[in-house]
Design a protein around this ligand. Sequence first.
Ligand SMILES: Nc1nc2c(ncn2[C@@H]2O[C@H](COP(=O)(O)OP(=O)(O)OP(=O)(O)O)[C@@H](O)[C@H]2O)c(=O)[nH]1
Ligand SMILES: [Mg+2]
Length: 364
Amino acid sequence: MKAGIVGLPNVGKSTLFNCLSNAKAQSANFPFCTIEPNIGVVNVPDPRLEKLEELVKPERVLPATVEIVDIAGLVKGASKGEGLGNQFLANIRETDAILHVLRCFDNDNIVHVDGNVNPIRDKETIDMELQLKDLETVDKKLDKVKRAAKTGNKEAQKEEAILLKIKENLEAGVSVRALEFSEEDYVEYVKPSQFITDKPVMYVCNVDEGAAVSGNAYVEQVREAVKDENAEVLVLAVGTEADINELDDYEERQMFLQDIGLKEPGAAKLIRSAYKLLNQQTYFTAGVKEVRAWTVNVGATGPQAAGVIHTDFEKGFIRAEVIAYEDFVTYGSEAKVKEAGKMRVEGKNYIVKDGDVMHFLFNV
Ligand SMILES: Nc1nc2c(ncn2[C@@H]2O[C@H](COP(=O)(O)OP(=O)(O)OP(=O)(O)O)[C@@H](O)[C@H]2O)c(=O)[nH]1
Ligand SMILES: [Mg+2]
């Protein structure tokens, strides 16, 4: 599962990537600096892991990770090959969620491809290109299904109706994610097409450091424009945070963050939000050798969670011993949780909860 950083050229996408990841992407003050996507595996900051470390005192601690991809800038006409064009839409298609970066800072020295700062227009430009790309997809599908529908094939007729609904909405500037379908129709006819505008999205407003805490007028415009989208809007002083991230010393980084009014980097919040956007959650294993956060889809079962560690664990799954994170912290150790009767034994149908501390029993 990976989240892609998307937006116009020169709005700070690679700079954002550099706030998140230690893999450094080239960023520069000219449009289309990025061509090949930069991929980074980013640790998901989780205070619970520090707490477990304190209690268990393991030899090592491993955080959960999430993959972030920095993609080339899109411009008007990208769907028709403008700018760096179509290839980048393909890069976006390969991601599972979109972090849409909007320039919300003034600075005459930083080139804006459309001449002036206007995050609402920018958002519409990007949305439209993504929608046009999806229109191509839907038209191709319609071509195929039309013939079968004409011969009276009921399945094909149903698919045709759904595709037409998507087409009409895309033409009216409505993204697929905003449309409603029955669960069945969605799984059967919509999901397989992997529409770009069906991917979950959040907006990242790139502001200057004075606006890092409470945003600015541009951010308010963005909030207003997306209020019906049910999407998160995050405010981040991307340039400043990238500079702070360059510092090796933790204390020094904290000091600079405090200077701009932050307790933790906005980037940390963004990573956690991206993780949620990807529908991911964490369970822990807590042994003296290793305390570790593992990633599973929301809704994963016990065996599926075990399978993240090893496929044999999934195949040979017998049961799981589960301690809620809060109980682990309250009682302080696995032994004390057991004494208090708070350890649960769960079977194959158990739905994993975020923060579960788990131990699997299996045979192979
Ligand atoms: N003042 C200011 N400059 C910024 C900020 N974020 C990025 N920049 C500058 O804007 C320029 C473009 O940033 P990049 O991160 O390369 O932009 P990009 O979106 O990756 O651009 P492309 O790869 O060309 O699509 C660089 O010179 C950055 O230093 C910011 O928050 N404030
Ligand atoms: Mg770039």
